[in-house]
Design a protein around this ligand. Structure first.
Ligand code: ADP
Length: 616
């Protein structure tokens, strides 16, 4: 984007609208004119009124010479506005200063068809330059280097002869006016104002185009000798005060889309205009000539980096950065914003993922716990059901076992009653005996059940002590000797070298367990059978007590049942017993940290063993 388009949009719109209001008739008029209206954009550097007075007759002259068209001048004071209108194809031709033309040439493809032969002091001039001046009485300023820290004034920054030519000349002489002058100001308006400002002492130095001072002197506005010319140059055939090199005069410019036929007609008309013609007189020119070489203008613009040459000799990067600085900064901000946003989104995603994973994990754990809990509950339910069933079975068995002796007692009591009524006293004694047997059995049963209940409820109190195994066995064997003899059973104790083995047990419970097992070995033995009791060391630390009988044995599938209460598996129903002895024994052994095992072979015999840890 060229530098002269950089002002803010608001400023630009205001300026455009201001111009629109001022020159409304000029802008509106062409739109009502016929298609044959030819518009000539005019740089009105002296103001609208003066410029129109100077140039409208030339437009009339062209209309007269080329009657199929109506030529009108469209004056614009500012070069920027002139350029903008040209960009929007508002003109067919343009009459402007050389640097403005070069800009249009470079950017819009315009071309010069003629160069003005300016009339000064009655003579034609096709070249002009700048004049740098100060007041004659200013003794501080005599040459270019004296301009340092001085106030310099010119008409406008884009003025060609009125400023740019001088700037370039000063630069050639090693003086950068923008850096070294104290102040550079632009009067705006017309160049004559610059002369007045210097004259009034409001600026030290002025710059105007050549012949301006002479013209004002002729008009009686100033006295020429009131001024001192800085960097004065004298050039052959150029009689005016001059501080710089000369540049070609204003060109008559054809815009790119203007037809070459029309351009040729215009060029011919202007080339042949007489210097006496009112248009030439009003325009203060002698006439027009073929286009001058505008290369010096190009080189000036390159040096000053003006217009299309603003980035001349700069690296493309530098140019790019300057040109697109705003876009670049905005893009970088957007990019940074996007990067931050992306990072934020990624971080949020990650957090969400972590939270989701945690949730999944918790969910899985929860499901697992629910499954475990459900399983536990299922097991608990099954156990509860089993316990309930066991309890029901136990109660059923117990009531059956209790009922049997009770019925016997009741039955024999009735018989006794009958015997007594019929004076059969000899039978009474036998039947009382039966009642006694049934009563004892009932008592035994009740005691066993109470013992079992006590053990199972954990209320059974143990008094653990070191007990010599062989001694306890001998005591129990002598206690049961009578029963063994009665059943013709021989009891053999084989302690070998283990008769001093000790275990930690509750003596009463241990003896009770021995009594139960040895009693069974006697009860379920055969006539003339044997019982062998052995004590062994097992694995060095254990003590194994085995009671082996030569009885009927127990079927394999009944082995598990016999430790349940009221489970009696023997076919011999005449053998006394409650079916609770083994259940009590197993419980007693286990609460004393022991173990009971059974091995049996039907028809051969059984071996019940207790295993205890040896006491220290
Ligand atoms: P019981 O009072 O009937 O003897 P137990 O609980 O002591 O009750 O024994 C349960 C059952 O185990 C017995 O009824 C019997 O069928 C069987 N039993 C126990 N000990 C022996 C053994 N030494 N030989 C064969 N069967 C036995």
């Amino acid at each position: 984007m060229p530098g002269n388009l950089k002002p803010t949009i608001i400023k630009r719109i205001l300026r455009q609208h201001l111009l629109l209001i001022i020159f409304l008739p000029v802008f509106i008029f062409p739109s009502f004119t016929s298609a044959d209206t030819i518009k000539i954009g005019l740089r009105a550097h002296q103001g609208i009124e003066k410029s129109m007075k100077q140039w409208e007759k030339t437009a009339d002259y062209l209309s007269e010479k080329i009657p199929e068209h109506k030529f009108i001048m469209v004056p614009l004071v500012g070069l920027t506005e002139l350029m903008q209108e040209a960009e929007q194809n508002q003109f067919d031709f343009v009459l402007t200063n050389p640097s403005s033309f070069v800009e249009m040439e470079l950017r819009l493809g315009a071309s010069s068809i003629l160069t003005l032969r300016n009339k000064r002091q009655g003579n034609p001039y096709t070249k002009f330059g700048s004049v740098i001046f100060t007041r004659k009485d200013n003794n501080d300023i005599n040459e270019i280097k004296d301009l340092k820290n001085k106030k310099i004034v010119a008409v406008s920054k884009p003025a060609f002869g009125g400023w740019r030519v001088a700037v370039r000349e000063l630069l050639n002489e090693g003086f950068d006016v923008y850096k070294e002058a104290k102040q550079v100001s632009f009067s705006g308006g017309i160049q004559q104002d610059v002369v007045s400002i210097v004259l009034l002492g409001n600026a030290d130095v002025g710059v105007v185009r050549t012949d301006m001072l002479e013209r004002m002197a002729v008009a009686g506005l100033i006295k020429f000798d009131e001024f001192k010319i800085i960097n004065k140059k004298s050039t052959k055939d150029f009689p005016f005060a001059l501080s710089t090199q000369l540049y070609p005069e204003w060109p008559f410019v054809k815009m790119r889309n203007t037809s070459s036929v029309l351009s040729k007609k215009v060029a011919l008309a202007l080339l042949t205009i007489s210097s006496q013609h009112p248009a030439a007189v009003a325009g203060k020119y002698i006439g027009w000539t073929v286009p001058e070489d505008y290369q010096p203008v190009h080189s000036l613009m390159k040096v000053l980096k003006l217009g299309a040459y603003q980035h001349y000799n700069e690296s493309p990067t530098e140019h790019f950065i300057e040109e697109y600085l705003v876009q670049l900064v905005v893009s970088i901000f957007i990019l940074i914003g996007l990067i931050f946003m992306t990072i934020y989104i990624l971080a949020t995603n990650r957090k969400l993922l972590v939270v989701k994973n945690q949730q999944d994990k918790l969910m899985a754990e929860l499901e697992m716990r629910v499954a475990e809990r459900t399983q536990d509950l299922q097991i608990a339910k099954e156990l509860a059901e089993q316990a309930s069933n066991a309890k029901t079975e136990f109660l059923a068995s117990m009531s059956h076992e209790l009922r049997t002796p009770m019925n016997a007692i009741l039955g024999f009591s009735q018989i006794i009653e009958y015997d007594v009524a019929h004076q059969q006293m000899d039978l009474v004694k036998d039947n009382i005996n039966e009642i006694l047997v049934a009563g004892r059995h009932l008592l035994e049963l009740v005691n066993d059940v109470l013992d079992l209940a006590k053990i199972e409820s954990g209320k059974y109190e143990l008094n653990l002590q070191k007990v010599i195994v062989s001694k306890s066995i001998n005591d129990v064997v002598s206690l049961l000797k009578v029963l063994a003899n009665k059943n013709k059973i021989t009891i053999i104790c084989e302690f070998e070298n283990n008769d001093d083995l000790t275990i930690m047990v509750d003596l009463r419970s241990f003896r009770q367990a021995l009594i139960n097992i040895i009693t069974n070995a006697i009860k379920y033995n055969q006539v003339n059978g044997e019982i062998t009791i052995t004590v062994h060391k097992q694995n060095d630390s254990n003590c194994k007590i085995s009671i082996t009988d030569t009885g009927e044995g127990i079927a394999e599938d009944a082995l598990e049942k016999i430790f349940e209460p009221f489970e009696r598996v023997s076919n011999r129903t005449n053998i006394e017993g409650s079916g609770v002895g083994l259940a009590i024994t197993k419980n007693l052994i286990e609460i004393m940290d022991g173990k009971i095992v059974v091995e049996s072979t039907l028809g051969v015999g059984s071996t019940f063993s207790f295993i205890f840890k040896q006491a220290g």
